[in-house]
Design a protein around this ligand. Structure first.
Ligand SMILES: CC(C)(COP(=O)(O)OP(=O)(O)OC[C@H]1O[C@@H](n2cnc3c(N)ncnc32)[C@H](O)[C@@H]1OP(=O)(O)O)[C@@H](O)C(=O)NCCC(=O)NCCS
Length: 176
């Protein structure tokens, strides 16, 4: 997935998704930075991120040469046709311009091309942007709404995937 994003300033960025296919240890620092800017508790240790990069499916969103987003998937143990998506994040300064939606579309397209049939995820019930993107925009269905061990409400969601053409290229996006 690739397109151009033109800011109000007139600067244009080349936006693209990249699926991490070969292990590159330098990505550990980049992804950890995005994660620490995003979540109140770190998702990763060095070991778990290294393992996910090697054995899961990480997709990055780039604006020119800067990684501005990351998203990770592993296969469900119970249902290997199903992906578990987690820790999707866009760098704070790049949010609210439609990039998260396009990024998620790119991730879902990649999973469908790899033969995955569905995807599940969990999201904090108070995370309005994420609930909106998953449920309203992408049609994820709610499987459960539970209080976790920390007393926080988590919504469990699932969506069936459809096969899509390779190398989808979307039109331009303008944003302030
Ligand atoms: C969730 C996230 C990836 C969305 O990325 P984004 O680039 O901001 O998303 P978009 O600009 O494509 O907006 C997606 C939808 O959310 C809405 N939205 C964006 N920010 C919002 C906010 N703060 N409150 C409510 N809705 C919001 C948008 O209006 C849009 O809805 P629409 O399609 O009906 O217009 C990004 O906000 C993020 O990284 N958040 C922190 C990490 C996180 O919550 N990850 C998901 C849980 S794992």
């Amino acid at each position: 997935m690739e397109f151009r994003l033109t800011q109000e300033s007139g600067r244009t960025y080349f936006i693209r998704t990249v699926e991490v296919r070969e292990h590159d240890p330098r990505l550990i620092k980049t992804i950890s930075e995005i994660d620490l800017m995003t979540f109140s508790q770190p998702t990763w240790s060095h070991v778990t991120l290294d393992l996910t990069l090697r054995h899961g499916r990480t997709t990055l969103l780039y604006a020119d040469d800067l990684a501005i987003g990351s998203c990770h998937c592993v296969r469900s143990w119970d249902n290997p046709d199903e992906a578990v998506l987690f820790a999707m994040a866009i760098r704070p300064g790049w949010r609210g311009r439609g990039l998260g939606s396009r990024f998620l579309q790119g991730v879902l397209d990649g999973l469908a091309r790899d033969g995955l049939r569905s995807v599940i995820l969990q999201v904090d019930a108070n995370n309005k942007a994420a609930v909106r993107i998953y449920q309203s925009r992408f049609g994820f269905e709610i499987l459960a709404d539970e209080v976790d061990a920390r007393g926080e409400r988590r919504i469990h969601m699932r969506r069936v995937l459809r096969a899509t053409a390779a190398n989808d290229t979307l039109g331009e996006l303008s944003a302030g």
